[in-house]
Design a protein around this ligand. Structure first.
Ligand SMILES: Cc1cc2nc3c(=O)[nH]c(=O)nc-3n(C[C@H](O)[C@H](O)[C@H](O)COP(=O)(O)OP(=O)(O)OC[C@H]3O[C@@H](n4cnc5c(N)ncnc54)[C@H](O)[C@@H]3O)c2cc1C
Length: 389
């Protein structure tokens, strides 16, 4: 089995295949695992899956457990607060985990590297994919030379700009938001100046919303950057300081650890399967990061697909089993991940009045609270996928 990309999705897929006795070669373009600071939220069912792979305990030890999340608006203050403890009967991990995705890739890689069923090839960018009824052949660019590798199936987990997707000619329809998002990390202690703050807090505002998220040692604060504000301006320390100064009146001059500016898209591949090749994670779908569903959804793809591939590999299921992956994961990506992330962004762009009314109605009704928690924790999307058969 070939996997393009050693991000969280490619390595989760590898870990589950190896656990099921399927030999795997991971082809990674980079010289080493990525050190980029990106996703930092793991949802309850994702932690359950990672526990099955033996990776959750180490990840939890390196992260911060967050049972509570909060919504505020600049106009109304706290407008809603929820606690995942209400899901204790539906998950072994009734909390979010705040830990960087680079911790997960290292944990998975360390656990896999000595396994004889696992091979990792760094400096191996997949450039082209060919397939026949019997297998796939990928062309790799390695140290300026082209090599071919063959396998029975290929998982393209090579990120948003997926060369596997491009080589297969699969369209990636959707759109790019006009604004970019800026993430500013600071060791500042926001608890000391914001009473009642939760470690995951969304603050709505029509002019400039922000999102506060604590990880070990730092807070990450995300802001939208308007089209008229250039990348150069947004990346100046003075600009980041001016944004941070809007969080708590009178508090300014923050210590800044990092700033990252990035474009935000909503796109879904027209199919997640073409013959013997599959797309998973960002190669298959991308969304804005509000709600923390991109990497989580990708890990859910990886688990769904590799359970089926392992069954087919061992002769326990036929090829039609693999179509279920596209049917289930593509639909829930459209119905849940894309819709919910767009809704989260719209709510934050409001002054919070209608959002507050909605959150209060949800909080006042135990059944609606439960449904809401299942939706934001992504449990509902997994259940829906199963129902699709
Ligand atoms: C700032 C930021 C914050 C985010 N926050 C969250 C969050 O809190 N929660 C969440 O769920 N998601 C979040 N996301 C999204 C999340 O980072 C992605 O969904 C996640 O990284 C997808 O994992 P992946 O393995 O599919 O792809 P990637 O992490 O992009 O990994 C792809 C891998 O493939 C390799 N590669 C690329 N091209 C090739 C090739 N041709 N051949 C071989 N290898 C190749 C790359 O080097 C890389 O190692 C965030 C994203 C950003 C940018």
């Amino acid at each position: 089995m070939l996997i393009a990309g050693a991000g969280p999705v490619g390595l989760t897929a590898a870990a589950n295949l190896v656990r099921r006795g399927v030999p795997v070669t991971v082809l990674e373009a980079g010289a080493a695992l990525s050190r980029e600071s990106r996703a930092s939220t793991f949802h309850p069912p994702t932690l359950d899956m990672l526990a099955d792979l033996g990776a959750a305990d180490a990840l939890i030890a390196q992260g911060l457990t967050a049972p509570r999340f909060q919504y505020r608006s600049k106009r109304h203050g706290i407008i809603g607060e929820f606690d995942f403890v209400g899901l204790a009967d539906a998950t072994r991990h009734p909390h979010r985990l705040q830990s960087e995705q680079l911790n997960l890739t290292r944990i998975l890689y360390e656990a896999l590297r000595a396994n004889p069923l696992f091979q990792m090839r760094f400096h191996s960018a997949v450039a082209a994919v060919d397939q026949s009824a019997a297998g796939v052949a990928v062309t790799i660019e390695r140290a300026g030379r082209r090599e071919t590798r063959t396998g029975r199936w290929l998982i393209g987990a090579d990120g948003a700009r997926s060369d596997v997707r491009r080589s297969l000619g699969i369209a990636f329809a959707g759109f790019t938001w006009p604004e970019r998002f800026l993430v500013v990390s600071t060791p500042f202690d926001f608890y000391s100046v914001i009473p009642g703050l939760a470690s995951v807090t969304y603050v709505a505002d029509p002019e400039r919303w922000h999102f506060l998220l604590q990880i070990p040692e730092l807070w990450r604060v995300m802001f939208p950057i308007a089209p008229a504000e250039s990348d150069e301006l947004a990346l100046t320390p003075a600009f980041a300081q001016a944004l941070l100064a809007t969080i708590v009146p009178g508090v300014s001059d923050y210590q800044i650890a990092h700033t990252t500016l990035y474009r935000v898209h909503q796109r879904v591949a027209e199919t997640f399967r073409l013959g013997r090749a599959f797309l998973a994670g960002d190669a298959a779908h991308i969304n804005n990061p509000l709600g923390g569903m991109g990497m989580n959804g990708g890990i859910h793809d990886a688990m769904n697909l590799t359970e089926r591939l392992a069954a087919v590999w061992h002769g326990r299921a036929g090829d039609e089993e693999l179509d279920r992956y596209d049917r289930q994961r593509r639909l829930v990506t459209l119905e849940y991940i894309e819709k919910q992330s767009i809704r989260n962004k719209r709510n934050l762009e409001s002054d919070g009045t209608a959002f507050m009314a909605e959150l209060r109605e949800i909080a006042a009704d135990a059944g609606r609270t439960r449904d809401y928690l299942e939706r934001v924790s992504m449990i509902a999307s997994l259940r829906r996928a199963e129902q699709l058969g």
